[in-house]
Ligand binder design. Structure first.
Ligand SMILES: *[C@@H]1O[C@H](CO)[C@@H](O)[C@H](O)[C@H]1NC(C)=O
Ligand SMILES: [Mn+2]
Length: 284
């Protein structure tokens, strides 16, 4: 029997810059990686994933630029404040895209999406007027994941919104509190979707000083590298670091669409995963 890997909170995780330097000395890797061109042909035996994140109410501006594919992933921050009107607008816009599966997680800007969180009067008034409890229940044109897995074409996609940025929805402190959330990710995950980057990949944040410039989560990196080992890890959050990196095994995708001034600036990022052997897309 194989022992279950247990990831421990790193005592240095509240000092991301020092910790990342230590990890690099210990042989951790972050290198730029290649991506498919957006016009790459789609194959019958491969599932095409199309990744976007941080559209911040600008999805309508990029709708014509989102390439076709089998699975669309949105890694959070589709609104600015989680307002009911913004959510309704996003739901209508994502409904126009052709992908068979559209997977969405929340980001720190989806205020009010966290169960049990204090909502402001305005949010509560808006929701009560509509006679619903939670804004995410209005996401009828996509699959909303919060600490959940969805099976697409026999591949397991897991989504989680947690991040270490205080003062927003889904905030948890670095160390044990975030690790507690990452411990919910099943080991057999093929594609991991989080809002926050892991430490060291697509997380250099020149616009925020509180974390000493590296915004990513060490416990998430350790969970990815030591226990879950997904083929792809998709995230956003640090807009200006949009791009693709690898540690040699897992590919890390920061799929931000907006830049730091919330202009829709960057292209979607795509990748393919082989269909499980003996299956065809029509089986699903
Ligand atoms: C990269 O991540 C994989 C998990 O997918 C892990 O097994 C491997 O050790 C990591 N590589 C490095 C250099 O840390
Ligand atoms: Mn954002």
């Amino acid at each position: 029997m194989v022992d279950k890997v247990i990831v421990r909170a790193d005592p240095l995780s509240h000092k991301p810059v020092d910790l990342w330097k230590k990890y690099l000395r210990q042989g951790r890797i972050c290198e730029p990686a290649k991506t498919l061109r957006l016009d790459a042909p789609i194959y019958e035996n491969k599932v095409r994933f199309v990744c976007i994140s941080d559209t911040h109410e600008k999805l309508h501006e990029i709708l014509p630029l989102v390439p076709d594919g089998d699975v669309l992933i949105h890694a959070g921050d589709f609104t600015n404040y989680g307002d009911v009107g913004e959510v309704i607008k996003f739901n209508a816009e994502i409904g126009k895209l052709p992908h068979k599966y559209k997977i969405v997680i929340a980001g720190n800007h989806e205020l009010g999406f966290e169960d049990g969180e204090d909502m402001n009067e305005r949010q509560l008034a808006g929701l009560n007027m509509l006679g619903i409890k939670k804004a995410y229940e209005m996401l009828t044109n996509c699959i909303y994941l919060c600490d959940q897995t969805v099976d697409v074409y026999g591949l397991k996609v897991y989504g989680a919104p947690w991040h270490p940025m205080p003062g927003y929805s889904f905030y948890r402190s670095r160390g044990q509190a975030l690790l507690h959330k990452w411990n919910l990710i099943p080991a057999k995950t093929d594609v991991l979707v989080t809002h926050t980057p892991p430490l060291g990949h697509g997380d250099y944040n020149s616009w925020q000083k509180c974390d000493g410039l590296l915004a990513g989560c060490a416990e998430l990196l350790n969970t990815v590298e030591m226990r879950v080992k997904p083929k792809y890890h998709v995230f956003g959050h640090i807009h200006q670091m949009r791009g693709v990196t690898t540690n040699g095994t897992t590919t890390f995708i920061n799929a931000a669409i907006c830049d730091h001034k919330l202009r829709s600036e960057y292209d979607p990022i795509i990748f393919d995963l082989p269909l499980p052997p003996g299956r065809s897309k029509d089986d699903f």
